[in-house]
Ligand binder design. Structure first.
Ligand code: GDP
Ligand code: MG
Length: 723
């Protein structure tokens, strides 16, 4: 059997050499001179009649090639691939020491932690719960006092057990904030596809080193594949530029910040109790004492959310009205200058009333995104996730799921697709699947205009409150479904969790504006491309086939009779109104006769239970392509159908005035929109990430059934009590 090689690694002065001596018995110089361990020291020890070779690596604080020691240590780990690394951590300086441990974990190096100098720590009043630390980091932690040889036997036993188990180490994935994560994702993909340095490093780690401007990796990279390397360096430059603009920070700083955040979350998880020195806590920690307090925290969170919605709806009201008037004006312009016919109908009903309906909410979206950017950039969003973690475990989800929920629109205005991607950081496949299947319940940016439209039409005095209730409802629904799934189809044990808590930072106005604009632009772009395309298709489905001659003729003759009976010349005052009524009736017949109209009408047999008429059905079927389409389709349907004869006011006004619509209908529709099948892109993404089309189909069928049952229950009970 080949000899088993074990490496000792840790910060300078953490006690590596002392532990090395305790193991090997060989006499080495123990001292503080810098560079004393730069040359490699090897020794042997045996345990249960097996021999181990043990190597004392130079002390380092980091795994980036900033110093000679770091390079030596890293090269050894990468090239020699020791079977196991004993990472010596100074218990008295836990936070700083774990910074290196986390990097080993990111590199995918198999490690165990020797928690050294616990005597010193104890003297300083620092108590560390090793079991909790081990659980939370997912690796063995053995307390030691190297100078007295204490813990050596325990270490040998754990080493033997780990070597025998030969489990594969999965590199740790930390979130470094959305900007860095996005760059990392892209780079990781390129690296994996090209098999770039993958025999040496995990792909994500290589990407990370490029972002950290690691000279050694970049040099090796250039020699291996100069074109790909240039591509990666380009990505780093772009990210650097972006981070400098928005946060005035370099990627290295952002990455380090998040690593420390990741570690600090260990310390708030009751792993470490400090008996003295309370006033040495950082400002961030002091703020956290209030903001993540068990009782005050959730109340503050609720207030923040409510405030966000209140500000959004209050201040966006006028701009939204202006935009709506603008689109109205545009329609009338087209009405005057484009001759009657299909083209005009397409431009007015398909493009302006459809896409315009979606674009009309740009100001609202912008305000919402501004608020969300503030919460993210300041670091508060991470606290929200941290607090919700406590709740999540009860429902069989993982703390990391919270971030996926927030990305998907947990507060408002996200997107399920990146949310589903974000679940990749979950290590347990079952928790991951449960998260993937429940994130689409969040209120993504595409559902926002639907809610905004319905609340503007029926609850214009309480928009913030309604939005707040919708948000809570989405979370409650998602959690209950998660619990249901986790106790039936995807049963399994929970796994421990560590959450990054980056330090609080006052966001810069410029940074907020850039982040807001990036998101808003995505929304506008989608409205101008995907939604435009779907709108035109749906317009066609709502226009063709045309009403047959026999029917149009009937309306025509009705008009003629009217005009003969009461010729205009006599100045009959009711004539115009009666003519308009006939026009409206004809438009409605035409819409019903169309392809989409027939589908909508058929569905009415079932949908009437939830109070949805055939027009709403068309919108909901269209909404499967993308949820904004619910708004654009209602816009087109009401525009083609000319429900309110004089056709004045915004879509919201039209809905409020339309027969068959009342607040209860709006509530049922909101509930249905919240829970029904994820949009087509999300379904594809679910199938891909869950590894089977089965789950894509499951989410469509299950979610739609759930949504339908809920909206029927609400509608029927509401009707019974007379709402
Ligand atoms: P290295 O730089 O990581 O190799 O650290 P050393 O092994 O040279 O140890 C640095 C200093 O810490 C030495 O003076 C050791 O005697 C001391 N030391 C090591 N382990 C312990 C321990 O568990 N408790 C205490 N109190 N001192 C220790
Ligand atoms: Mg040493």
């Amino acid at each position: 059997m080949a000899e088993t090689v074990i490496a000792l690694a840790g910060n300078p002065n953490s006690g590596k050499t002392t532990l090395f001596n305790a193991f090997t018995g060989s006499h080495q110089h123990v001292g503080n001179y810098p560079g004393v361990t730069v040359e490699k020291k090897e020794g042997y020890y045996s345990h249960n009649s097996r021999q181990y070779k043990i190597v004392d690596l130079p002390g380092t604080y980091s795994m980036t090639a900033y110093s000679m020691e770091e390079l030596v240590a890293r090269d050894y780990l990468v090239n020699e691939k020791p079977a196991l690394v004993i990472n010596i951590v100074d218990a008295a300086n836990l936070e700083r020491n774990l910074y290196l441990s986390v990097q080993f974990m990111e590199m995918g190096v198999p490690i165990l932690i020797a928690l050294n100098m616990i005597d010193v720590a104890k003297n300083r009043g620092i108590m560390i719960d090793t079991q909790a630390l081990s659980d939370i980091m997912g690796l063995p932690v053995v307390p030691t006092i190297a100078r007295r040889g204490e813990g050596r036997e325990d270490l040998s036993r754990v080493v033997e057990r780990m070597i025998d188990k030969q489990s594969q180490t999965v590199p740790l994935n930390i979130s470094y904030g959305s900007d860095v994560d996005q760059a990392l994702d892209e780079m990781e993909k390129l690296i994996t596809v090209a098999n770039f340095l993958t025999d040496l490093y995990p792909p994500r780690w290589t990407a990370l080193k490029y972002l950290e401007s690691d000279e050694q990796i970049i040099t090796i990279g250039r020699q291996t594949d100069s074109e790909l390397s240039r591509n990666l360096e380009d990505k780093r430059r772009r990210l650097t530029h972006h981070l400098e603009n928005t946060m005035d920070l370099h990627p290295e700083e952002v990455i380090a910040d998040h690593r420390y955040g990741f570690i600090r979350s260990l310390l708030v998880k009751n792993v470490v109790t400090i008996e003295k020195d309370q006033d040495r806590l950082f400002l961030s920690d002091r703020i956290d004492k209030v903001l993540t307090n068990r009782f005050a925290g959730p109340l503050i969170m609720a207030a923040v959310l409510f405030g966000l919605y209140h500000i959004t709806f209050t201040y966006s009201e006028y701009p939204v009205q202006w935009l709506n008037s603008f689109f109205g004006w545009l329609s009338s312009l087209v009405d005057v200058f484009v001759p009657d016919g299909l083209v005009k109908s397409m431009i007015v009903s398909g493009v302006i009333d459809g896409v315009g309906g979606v674009l009309g909410f740009v100001p609202l979206i912008m305000f919402m995104f501004f608020g969300i950017s503030f919460l993210e950039d300041s670091g508060y969003m991470a606290r929200v996730a941290y607090m919700l973690d406590r709740v999540f475990r009860i429902f069989g989800l993982h703390g990391t799921s919270v971030m996926a929920f927030i990305v998907s629109g947990g507060i408002a205005g996200g997107c399920a697709v990146p949310g589903i991607m974000a679940t990749r950081t979950l290590r347990s496949p079952k928790e991951r699947l449960a998260t993937i299947l429940t994130v689409p319940f969040m209120n993504c940016g595409a559902k926002l205009p639907v809610f905004a439209l319905l609340t503007a039409a029926f609850f214009s005095n309480n928009q913030a409150m309604v939005m707040f209730i919708i948000t809570i409802g989405a979370w409650v629904g998602a959690l209950l479904v998660a619990k249901l799934l986790r106790s039936t189809v995807i049963r399994g044990e929970p796994t421990p969790f560590v959450m990054e808590l980056p330090p609080y930072r006052l966001p810069t106005f410029k940074g907020l504006c850039i982040h807001t604009w990036e998101r808003t632009w995505q929304y506008i772009k989608k409205a101008g491309t995907v939604i435009l395309g779907i709108s035109i298709i749906l317009w066609a489905l709502m226009t063709f086939p045309n009403l047959p001659q026999s029917e149009t003729g009937q309306f025509e003759s009705q008009r003629k009779t009217l005009q003969i009976e009461a010729p205009e010349a006599t100045g009959n005052p009711g004539l115009q109104e009666q003519l308009a009524l006939i026009d409206a009736a004809e438009a409605e017949s035409a819409l019903r006769y169309s392809f989409a109209g027939r589908i909508g009408t058929r569905l009415e047999y079932i949908s009437q239970w939830a109070g949805f008429d055939w027009r709403t059905n068309i919108a909901l079927v269209g909404g499967f392509a993308a949820k904004e389409v619910v708004v654009s389709t209602l816009g087109t349907a009401y525009s083609l159908g000319e429900v309110a004869p004089e056709k004045s006011g915004s879509l919201a006004d039209q809905l409020a005035a339309a027969p068959g619509w009342r607040p209860l209908t709006a509530v049922a529709l909101i509930i249905f929109t919240m829970f029904y099948a994820p949009c087509s892109v999300s379904v594809v993404c679910i199938a891909k990430e869950a590894g089977s089309w089965k789950w894509g189909a499951f989410s469509m069928i299950f979610n739609t059934s759930l949504a339908f049952c809920l909206s029927v229950i609400v509608y029927q009970i509401g009707t019974m009590v007379g709402l």
